[in-house]
Every structure is written in structure tokens, then in C-alpha cells.
Design a binder for this molecule. Structure first.
Ligand code: NAD
Ligand code: MG
Length: 294
């Protein structure tokens, strides 16, 4: 009997119930709860003994990477907002269940002092830092540019891209040759939506930042790549990331006719962090359900 899975039906392919939480949302309260590979990801020692820091590691794509990294043999520190402690504690349990060390460092990446301290706290608890996954992000849809507040523009840029400068600056004290930085950009970098003028611009910046950083760090033997997800069912989307009326059809227009699940990105984050990607740097890896990232 074939064990092939049809990508159209491998994960939830129905419409979503309208649902709304205040940002930041808890993924454990979503319907359906996003699939971060808790019951499915199988490791094979691709990251034995590696030390990893993942921002936004409590939920969604960062959580899927955290679980996969632990099952591949890595010790994992995660950063998230204090409000998200309940989601983060679940991730801690999954990391420990995989027999690895879990370090929780809650705090707001918009605060420069915290963003810098985070890297040292993680590296001290882990005993080093080999892999940095800069994945935290905020997204608030606003239909009319006249309604976009300076606070939202500034918060989105500080969270999504400016904090990357701070964390990478501090991480340079630890990352060894063979180390790796992975950022999370978006298909929005390539195909910006009308209602995401601030968010999409930060994603364009992240793509350019990641490519430029790859050029700067290549002589040190540190690879830098970025992952560009398409529509993925995560907490980001139900706390203002999408207009409420767009929730039921979320992801349905993709070639694969459904939203992706965080679990479907885990293998890409593992590959880019692993020695198997030794000749891969400065690249954008798209996981979009079909949209093409040029
Ligand atoms: P998510 O809400 O589960 O994860 C985002 C995380 O970012 C939160 O859990 C939170 O811990 C963190 N965060 C936000 N603001 C923060 C702050 N000020 N300080 C510290 N942490 C903060 O949603 P997700 O979709 O898994 O998002 C992960 C990344 O994927 C984001 O960069 C997002 O832009 C990107 N992305 C998501 C999609 C999608 O469709 N879900 C598509 C393209 C890109
Ligand atoms: Mg979260």
C-alpha cells in the first residue's frame, strides 16, 4: 500500500470559522488549533548538540521549528511575549519530551535593551549559540493608509525588522563558523497586499537584509537564509492579521486550495540550519502552496 499523502488533503482543507482574539493571540484557543508537528515530526539527528534561539517560538511557525529542532537533537531557547506563556509552556514540554534542554526567555523585542539581553541570556543558558532563527512578527491589516497610525507603523517595523539588527549584533559574539541564521520573511515581500502596507514593507526589508547579511557573514563561514511562507494557519491571522471577513477563505486561492499548517515548514527550517545546507546561503525558500517567489 502506498504511504504517499495527497497535498490537497494531507492537512485541514476546509473553510475556517470566523474567530477573533486581541493581539497577541494564543494558538491554543484557535479552532482548529494549528498543527505544529506535535504528533507527526520525526527527527533523525540532523542537529545533534546544536544550540538554537528562536524568536516567536511559542506558536505557529516558530513552534514548529522548535519542536523539529529538539527532535533533531538540538537544545532550544524560545522568545515570545509574556502574555503567550501558556503556549510557550506547551513548547517547553515538547522540547523536554524530546530529551533536550528548553530555555524560556519571555520579553518584548520592541525594547532594544531586552532584544540585546535576550541573545546573551539564551547563549548563557544553552552554553553557546549555533543557530539563530529570527521569526517573531506582528501583522495588523488596515484597509486605508489614512488609518495607519504612526504607532502601528513603528511597532511593526521595530518588531519585524529593526529587532533583527539588535539580535544579530549581539549574536556575533557567539555564532561559530558553521553557524546559521534563518529569518522569516513572507510572500508579502514579493506580492504585497493592499491592506498590509506596513507589514509587507518590513518583509521586503527582511528579504534584502537576509541577502545582504549572507554576503557580509559568508567570509566567517556563517550562512544566512530566509523562509517565505504563504498563507499559514497561525495566531497571527486571527488577531487582526487578516480582515475578519477573509478568515473563512484563508488560503483557499492557492494552487493547493487550502491554508498551510506550521508543520509543513519545519523541514525547511531544519534543512537550512543543518550541515546538509552547507552550500546554501543568501536564499529565499518559499513555502506558499503555489505562489511563486521570484
Ligand atoms: P504566530 O503569531 O504564531 O507567531 C508570531 C510570534 O511573534 C508570536 O508568537 C510572538 O511570540 C512573536 N512576537 C510578536 N511580537 C513580538 C514582540 N514585540 N516581541 C517578541 N515576540 C513577538 O504567527 P506565525 O504566522 O507563526 O508568525 C511567525 C512568522 O511567520 C512571522 O514573522 C510572520 O510574519 C511570518 N509569516 C507568517 C505567515 C502566515 O500566513 N502565518 C505568512 C508569511 C510569514
Ligand atoms: Mg504566539
Amino acid at each position: 500500500m502506498s504511504d504517499l499523502n495527497n497535498p490537497l488533503t494531507k492537512f485541514y482543507s476546509g473553510k475556517f470559522e470566523k474567530q477573533r482574539q486581541e493581539a497577541p493571540a494564543l494558538q491554543r484557543k484557535m479552532t482548529p488549533v494549528p498543527d505544529c508537528g506535535e504528533e507527526s515530526y520525526t527527527g533523525s539527528d540532523k542537529l545533534s548538540g546544536r544550540k538554537v534561539l528562536i524568536t516567536g517560538g511559542d506558536s505557529g511557525i516558530g513552534r514548529a521549528a522548535a519542536i523539529a529542532y529538539a527532535r533533531e537533537g538540538a537544545d532550544v531557547a524560545i522568545n515570545y511575549l509574556p502574555f503567550e506563556e501558556e503556549d510557550a509552556l506547551e513548547v517547553k514540554q515538547w522540547i523536554e519530551k524530546a530529551g533536550r534542554k528548553a530555555v524560556l526567555v519571555p520579553g518584548d523585542l520592541k525594547e532594544e535593551a531586552f532584544a540585546r539581553k535576550l541573545v546573551h541570556a539564551a547563549a548563557e543558558e544553552l552554553g553557546g549559540l549555533d543557530i539563530l532563527v529570527l521569526n517573531a512578527g506582528m501583522q495588523q491589516a488596515v484597509k486605508d493608509i489614512k488609518d495607519l497610525t504612526t504607532k502601528q507603523i513603528t511597532d511593526t517595523f521595530t518588531t519585524n525588522i529593526i529587532s533583527m539588527y539588535w539580535t544579530v549584533q549581539e549574536a556575533m559574539a557567539y555564532l561559530p563558523a558553521g553557524g546559521s541564521i534563518i529569518t522569516t520573511t513572507s510572500i508579502q515581500s514579493e506580492e504585497p497586499s493592499a491592506h498590509l502596507l506596513d507589514y509587507a514593507a518590513t518583509k521586503g526589508a527582511i528579504t534584502a537584509f537576509s541577502k545582504g547579511l549572507a554576503a557580509q557573514l559568508a567570509p566567517k563561514g556563517i550562512r544566512v537564509n530566509t523562509v517565505a511562507p504563504g498563507p499559514i494557519w497561525t495566531a497571527l491571522q486571527i488577531c487582526g492579521g487578516q480582515p475578519q471577513e477573509a478568515i473563512p477563505e484563508f488560503g483557499q486561492k492557492e494552487l493547493l486550495e487550502r491554508a498551510g499548517q506550521p508543520a509543513e515548514l519545519a523541514a525547511v527550517y531544519v534543512f537550512l540550519a543543518s550541515d546538509q545546507a552547507s552550500y546554501v546561503t543568501g536564499q529565499v525558500y518559499a513555502v506558499t502552496g503555489g505562489s511563486f517567489f521570484a
